[in-house]
Ligand binder design. Structure first.
Ligand SMILES: Nc1ncnc2c1ncn2[C@@H]1O[C@H](COP(=O)(O)OP(=O)(O)O)[C@@H](O)[C@H]1O
Ligand SMILES: [Mg+2]
Length: 295
């Protein structure tokens, strides 16, 4: 099989080296581990005994046909769903029962499959939302006695947010109402908001869904840079095979709620189980698997 296509000139198609511990050359300890996770909705088995690990510093992608359980898995990690069986470990701790609202503080950030911005608020306000857990000076400590500290913190806070705005190239719309922006820009603002919470792990559910090629290329580049320059660990669900192949260190494939393959993008694409699972999919996907489209 030929190599995956380069999505963009600035994103070379390449096998990405796995993050290694500098001192020993061994694989880095996992930041996230799903252990035998099962999830049922009444009679529907959304997930069955799924186990996998995401290493610190890697881009790990989950792929699979519609209804395979990808979003359910991410929802178990974000705390939106509680696994019927099994455990989720994050950064050494069992977080299976940690409520969603506390997972940002634990270090897990996310974007959603469908847009979830406050349409009537500005881009800047959307990004500021949810950062309160990063502020040491809350209501009480914000009293006049502490004003100096709180002000310094506010300055640092704003500087960090501006860095993220620069990084995601949304300076020109920072004061715009989020609801008035193009779809691609709104997705980028959503990413900015998730990044602004300074997560150790960011969960991206179909970050490029509904985007045109140019928007996809931009988004792929931002995700790569987040990973390589900001050192963020990324767990991503994505349908676009070219993107998955280009930016993932490793890929897990779900089918009917079960893990059917895991490994480097090349190994997963060559796996007969994976090819069979995708044969039931749209022609376009089969085509993607068989002969990469050259841009
Ligand atoms: N909240 C829910 N209630 C009932 N069934 C659900 C719910 N969420 C997901 N499912 C079912 O679980 C299965 C996996 O869905 P999902 O995780 O959304 O798949 P994917 O993201 O891979 O397309 C599907 O059969 C879906 O209908
Ligand atoms: Mg989904």
């Amino acid at each position: 099989m030929s190599a995956a296509p380069a999505l963009h000139r600035s994103i070379p198609a390449r096998p990405r080296a796995l993050p290694m511990a500098a001192d020993t050359g061994t694989a880095v300890a996992p930041i996230l581990a799903a252990e035998h996770v099962s999830l049922r909705f009444g009679g529907v088995r959304a997930l069955t005994e799924v186990s996998f690990e995401v290493r610190r510093g890697e881009v790990f992608s989950i792929i699979g046909p519609n209804g395979a359980g990808k979003t359910s898995m991410v929802n178990c990690i974000s705390g939106r769903y509680r696994p019927t069986e099994g455990r989720i470990r994050f950064d050494g701790a069992d977080i299976t029962r940690v409520p969603t609202r506390k997972r940002a503080a634990v270090g897990i950030g996310r974007t959603f499959q469908n847009l979830a911005l406050f349409g009537h608020m500005t881009v800047l306000d959307n990004i500021m939302v949810g950062r309160h857990h990063l502020l040491k000076h809350g209501f009480w400590t914000g009293m006049p006695y502490w004003l100096g500290g709180a002000q310094q913190e506010e300055i640092r806070h704003r500087r960090e947010v501006e860095e993220i705005i620069d990084f995601l190239e949304i300076q020109h719309v920072r004061k715009a109402t989020a609801g008035t922006l193009s779809y691609g820009l709104r997705k980028r603002v959503e990413l900015a908001r998730a990044v602004a919470l300074k997560p150790k792990l960011i969960l991206l559910d179909e970050p490029m869904a509904g985007m045109n090629l140019e928007e996809k290329e931009d988004m792929a580049r931002f995700i790569l840079d987040l990973n390589e320059e900001w050192g963020m660990t990324v767990l991503m669900i994505e349908h676009d095979m070219g993107v998955v192949m280009d930016i993932s260190h490793r890929v897990m494939v779900l089918d009917f709620g079960r893990k059917i393959a895991e490994g480097t993008p090349e190994a997963v694409l060559a796996d007969p189980h994976v090819r069979r699972a995708y044969l039931g999919e749209a022609d376009e996907v089969v085509h993607d698997l068989d002969e990469p489209v050259t841009a």
